[in-house]
Write a protein that binds this ligand. Sequence first.
Ligand SMILES: Cc1cc2nc3c(=O)[nH]c(=O)nc-3n(C[C@H](O)[C@H](O)[C@H](O)COP(=O)(O)OP(=O)(O)OC[C@H]3O[C@@H](n4cnc5c(N)ncnc54)[C@H](O)[C@@H]3O)c2cc1C
Length: 420
Amino acid sequence: MKVAIAGGGIGGLATALMLHGAGIDVTVYEAVPEPRPLGVGINLLPHAVQELRRLGILERLLPLGVATEELCYANRHGQFVWREPRGLAGGYSVPQLSIHRGKLQMALLEIARQRLGEAVVRTGRKVTGFVSDGGGPVRFHLEDSVTGRSYDEKADVLVGADGIHSAIRAQLHPGDGTPRWSGQLMWRGTTLAPPFLTGKSMALIGTRGRKVVAYPLSAPDARGNALINWIAVLDNTAHGLPGAEDWNRPGRLEDFLPEFASWSFPWLDVVELMRGAEGTYVYPMIDRDPLPTWTSGRTTLLGDAAHAMYPVGSNGASQAILDARALTRALLEEADPSAALVRYEQERLSATAAVVAANRNQGAARILDLAEERAPDGFGDVGNVFASGEREAIAADYQRVAGFTAAGVAAGGAGGRPGL
Ligand SMILES: Cc1cc2nc3c(=O)[nH]c(=O)nc-3n(C[C@H](O)[C@H](O)[C@H](O)COP(=O)(O)OP(=O)(O)OC[C@H]3O[C@@H](n4cnc5c(N)ncnc54)[C@H](O)[C@@H]3O)c2cc1C
């Protein structure tokens, strides 16, 4: 069987590695002529990290990031609302990994080329559409991103892993339109700064409409500074969108720093952190409504192309990696490729739609909004702000929806099925 993947991002490359590991012939077509390490930090949750371990590549990826030990939520006064251990510290058999997105993508690309051969990832090749010939192979259209030359290729299966602006999704669902904007903007940056809390903590501070997320992407250097990834989120309906969404659009400190001017806490100086960044990027909080179907004949969707979600709860890249495993398993176990795609979609569509919905509701970070509603001026004892067991239940609910309870991961990952 020959599988073609549109898009060499995290989802497309993870899928290529898994299919190859299962003995399936695969080619990746990536629109960018020379992929570069773009983006800032992302987090991979243990169920996705477990899949990377199964691929035998975790040892290569771990030194590129930080094994997150703790997730903590604090109000805008810097008081802790909830703290939970994560990864190995949280009883998982695998770590949670904070890693630079670009470094992860480049590492996956290098590993794919080493394992599958240099020619397997064809860069500068944009997939522009497809034609399904009844039950047979799928023909798809390509455009050379440099020369503009168009040509066609065929494969037994076409996977659209071409991100939030997927051409394959647009053809499958012409009425889908543009992504949905929450009305918020995110400014993202990285800063060399002293580590905070455990040195491997991820902090979420504030509320839905004015929030900062921070976590380290490296161990401290000789001077004691770690590379800290941070994101400032603000309601910004008055200003509107700063043009078409672009992960690499530069942002301006003066557009958001004043909103956080008093956020210098004994355990983290948010203002210094933001001031210390070499540059910032601004991106809108966008997602897409879940689709009724991802599949038509021998063509399907994966990752952001299938289920773009708000970057809340560390699930964007993690869910793409889970898709890759489910698709590989279905293609191995079903003789008929169309039946395999239907089975893959049945396993993943409603599961990921639930994560899209949970993220619209802030995931477990809604703990922060409850704290603000109930104790806007802060608290003496957080135990008086929440009912007994309430915060534990909110955190556990999101873990269940997103498929990463410690018990589920121990039982074999999302879907609870060990191996392939
Ligand atoms: C440049 C960039 C920077 C990002 N930075 C961040 C970040 O800082 N924080 C964060 O949380 N998320 C970021 N993301 C999104 C994050 O990578 C995804 O949410 C997640 O990893 C799921 O990955 P994916 O493979 O489905 O999509 P993506 O990672 O978006 O990958 C899609 C790939 O498909 C390629 N592509 C697009 N259209 C076509 C086409 N027609 N034919 C062939 N190839 C095509 C793209 O060039 C890209 O390489 C970024 C994405 C990109 C593309």
